[in-house]
Design a protein. Sequence first.
Length: 82
Amino acid sequence: MLAEDNDGNLYVIELKKDSGYDDAYTQTAKYVEWFEKSKYAKGKKVYGIICVNDPPQKLINSVQKDDRIRLFEYKVSYSEIK
């Protein structure tokens, strides 16, 4: 997903359901780099957001080293409706 804030900054948003986290950082970083070089950025800042459930430490470590990308964890719960 691609979003733009009120200041014109671009956000590449990677939503992962519950698997495939091994390449989430690399994939998001490549998207950010592509948009930084593209005509769409035109001097705008480009950031990445990764949203996952229970991120592995390797992903956490990778994101912590990159100021362009932020990591969010989501939780899902289910309850029966009677």
